[in-house]
Design a protein around this ligand. Structure first.
Ligand code: HEC
Ligand code: HEC
Length: 278
């Protein structure tokens, strides 16, 4: 065999494990962005049937609230109008710390308080995957904040370890850092999530569906107390309440329906473990 071919074959053989690793990272990133994280719930413009086809992650969704008129950014790899020119570290910092490469702060409702907790491997996976989605040209309008944004959302995030390997810890990570269930299901008090009322519901969401109110998802009788595990999983993945009523947006059922059995079991274990609140 000629020397060049030998070298090429050796290189191929040596890089096979690395390639398998890259694929596992990409697949994890896809799952985080598309399923549990449901970034498209905000970053893909919505039509009456859900996310608009051909506009995946291209931004433009408007959140018109008293404190702000926020417009979701284009997070596709388009170099001009998306994040194509950002380095991996810059994208990671934008997601976990809410700071753009030019140093400006990204505003709400992008859920930074939760994304700060994303583990190093998961943030790397998200960044790797975001680089592979189709680049779409779309200039998202600028957001207008009528409230004073803080100078930062906290100290720089150096390193975050994955959650402890037990169902409640994994479920807490999923409901917090990744799917930010608790962002919607915890009421606000003075502009911040009232953590003494974690999961108690009450926040209102206005949209083409009218007004929906986040439910109590604590183990209280007013919440998921009397529900079976199967009923909880059905609500999360199909958007059907215990009594059979179809739940309204903005909960991302359309994405959560592809969650793994393991993640759903962990979520249920966590929801059953939080303090019971009326
Ligand atoms: C609840 C809605 C919401 C969710 C969920 C959300 N985002 Fe955002 N995101 C926004 C809004 C709104 C902005 C723009 C804020 C501004 O203009 O300051 C933004 C900005 C960004 C930016 C900055 C882009 C730029 O050009 O400045 C990145 C990167 C980003 N989001 C990534 C993500 C990823 C990745 C996910 C999923 C893990 C995600 N976002 C989930 C609402 C959301
Ligand atoms: C963007 C906001 C948002 C996010 C994120 C969200 N939810 Fe919800 N959720 C809602 C709203 C609003 C309702 C009530 C809808 C209605 O009444 O039509 C709801 C309903 C529910 C219900 C049904 C309760 C009942 O009484 O019918 C469950 C269970 C639930 N959410 C759990 C979760 C879990 C677990 C997650 C994370 C995987 C999550 N939610 C993420 C907004 C959200």
């Amino acid at each position: 065999m000629n020397r060049l071919l030998c070298a090429a074959l050796a290189a191929l053989w040596l890089s096979a494990p690395a390639m398998a690793q890259d694929l596992a990272l990409l697949e994890r990133g896809r799952y985080l962005v598309e399923v549990t994280g449901a970034c498209g719930n905000c970053h893909t413009p919505m039509g009456p049937q859900g996310p608009l086809p051909g506009r995946h992650l291209a931004g433009g969704t408007v959140f018109d609230e008293p404190p702000f008129r926020a417009v979701a950014s284009n997070i596709t790899p388009d170099p001009e109008t998306g994040i194509g020119r950002w380095t991996d570290a810059q994208i990671a910092r934008a997601i976990r710390e809410g700071i753009r490469p030019d140093g400006t702060l990204i505003g709400p409702p992008m859920p930074f308080a939760f994304y700060r907790g994303l583990s190093d491997r998961d943030i790397a996976a998200m960044v790797a995957y975001l680089r592979t989605v189709p680049a779409l040209r779309n200039v998202a309008e600028r957001s207008v904040y009528r409230i004073q944004l803080p100078p930062a959302y906290g100290p720089p995030v150096a390193s975050v370890a994955p959650p402890a390997d037990n169902p409640v810890a994994r479920g807490a990570y999923l409901a917090g850092a990744v799917a930010h269930c608790m962002e919607c299901h915890t009421p606000m008090q003075g502009g911040h999530a009232d953590m003494t009322r974690l999961g108690a519901g009450g926040m209102e969401f206005r949209g083409p569906w009218g007004v929906s109110v986040a439910r109590n998802i604590t183990p209280h009788a007013n919440g998921l107390g009397g529900w079976t595990d199967t009923e909880i999983v059905r609500a999360v993945t199909e958007g059907i309440s215990r009594d059979g009523r179809q739940l309204a947006p903005p909960m991302a059922f359309w994405a959560y329906r592809n969650m793994t059995q393991q993640d759903l079991a962990d979520l249920v274990a966590y929801l059953r473990s939080i303090p019971s609140l009326p």
